[in-house]
Design a protein around this ligand. Structure first.
Ligand code: SAM
Length: 407
């Protein structure tokens, strides 16, 4: 079997990260204070995070979706503030998103290979990995996955196609991504019925007019068909209701198809490059438990806002101590009277949350308020839902800095 090699190729033993529990989030109070979160977010480099998860999760994850940097050698800023009107780019406020910059292909492979190897170890014997890339690095990744999983474990090479404007004049428009799907064994989950789609109207018409059309094979037209290995879904730039401003965000429908096909309710699924959180969002919506992480604070913040909006189960936020969260000082004054809490003259805020019984270590967030995507308004006064003993407020400014204050 052909093997991809390069001079620095190695799988060193990875040091475990120093991880602390930062926040337990009860979306709009749900589950507070007794329910035990089964969904976990991790802020930090996924190499160390995944290594730290091995003692508890080795051979336990039913599905991993991985959408790493693609080796494009570009920077991807995030759109913040109001900035949702795509017709007025001059009004967008931008901040640092994430970088996809590499000295050479070897440096990229040094990044990808040990992470894929850890994902392999974390997957359950019946688990499936979906690795999302494009023409920049898919050929390299295919060889790495052949090596880690075995060539025969390639379940599919999925082509996700989309369309949109492109400045390219010297070649055909590059409008597809490649998703490599590997299973850890030949005993794996594939829920064909969960992802069936209607037959093309022409097919339905043909069979309606002649039962001989399929040369003896008559499809079950009502049940629909299992999709082909090429999928069309519009990109998020065209999906106004989904856009978070986080770069390279994937459409929910795309990730829902992956989740529904390759996992069952209550399964444990993971995305260690979660960006804006599309995959954990799909997981929560469809009753799967998740582990999700990203090295970017902005990504984790965007993810938690989306999960709170869904308002389902509580989840935790762990962070690697080496990763710092930008802080804003001084905090603004907070006033508590008539069971109402209000912030006085804060900087432009994106989000704020309350722990009514702050223990000085783990923030238990029971009430969250966020800026509306459309109007850019954020309420600065909220009712305290429950008896408070030691109120602590944490807020995130539009530029992504955090401040904290207690009464
Ligand atoms: C292509 S984006 C993921 C987009 C995501 N699927 C979504 O729908 O929003 C890649 C993400 O990988 C993250 N990333 C890059 N290097 C990482 C690392 N070493 N550990 C964890 N996350 C990393 C980036 O911060 C970025 O958010």
């Amino acid at each position: 079997m052909p093997i991809l090699t390069w001079p620095s190729k190695s799988l060193p033993e990875i040091e475990h990260a120093d991880i602390i529990l930062d926040t337990v989030l009860y979306p709009h109070g749900s589950g507070y204070p007794n329910s035990k979160p089964e969904n976990h977010l991790f802020l930090g480099d996924n190499l160390q995070i995944m290594a730290s998860l091995l003692p508890e999760y080795e051979n336990r994850l039913d599905l991993i979706y991985a959408d790493p940097p693609f080796f494009t050698n570009k920077r991807y800023p995030v759109r913040i503030g109001r900035g949702e009107d795509s017709r007025r780019p001059q009004e967008w406020q931008m901040a640092e998103g994430y970088g996809d910059y590499w000295k050479n292909p070897e440096a990229y492979l040094d990044f990808l290979y040990p992470r894929l190897a850890l994902m392999y170890r974390l997957l359950a014997p019946t688990g499936t990995l979906y690795l999302h890339l494009d023409w920049h690095a898919d050929a390299y990744a295919r060889l790495l996955l052949d090596e880690l999983f075995g060539r025969e474990r390639l379940m599919n090479e999925i082509i996700w196609t989309y369309h949109g404007p492109s400045p390219i004049r010297h070649a055909f428009n590059r409008k597809h991504d490649v998703i490599l799907v590997y299973t850890k064994s030949d005993d794996y989950t594939f829920n064909a019925d969960a992802v069936r789609e209607p037959y093309h109207p022409n097919t339905v018409k043909t069979f309606a007019s002649s039962s001989k059309a399929g040369f003896g094979k008559i499809p079950n037209l009502e049940r629909g068909k299992v999709p082909e290995d090429w999928w069309y879904f519009p990109v998020v730039a065209r999906l106004h209701n989904e856009r978070t401003g986080y770069p390279t965000q994937k459409p929910e429908a795309l990730l829902e198809r992956i989740l529904l096909a390759s996992s069952n309710p209550d399964d444990l699924v993971a995305d260690f490059f979660c960006g804006s959180g599309t995959f954990p969002l799909a997981a929560l919506r469809h009753g799967r438990r998740f582990l999700a992480g990203d090295v970017s604070w902005r990504a984790i913040h965007t993810t938690r806002e989306r999960l709170i909006d869904l308002s389902r189960a509580p989840f935790t936020l762990y962070r690697e101590t080496a990763v710092s969260i930008p802080s804003y000082a001084p905090a603004c004054p907070i006033v508590f009277s008539d069971q109402k809490l209000s912030l006085k003259n804060p900087p432009a805020l994106d989000y704020w949350e309350i722990d009514p019984a702050w223990d000085g270590i783990v923030f238990r967030s029971v009430n969250q308020t966020r800026r509306s995507n459309r109007s850019a308004e954020i309420p600065l006064e909220i009712k305290m839902p429950i008896a408070a003993t030691n109120i602590c407020v944490r807020a995130v400014t539009v530029s992504g800095s955090v401040f904290q204050s207690n009464i």
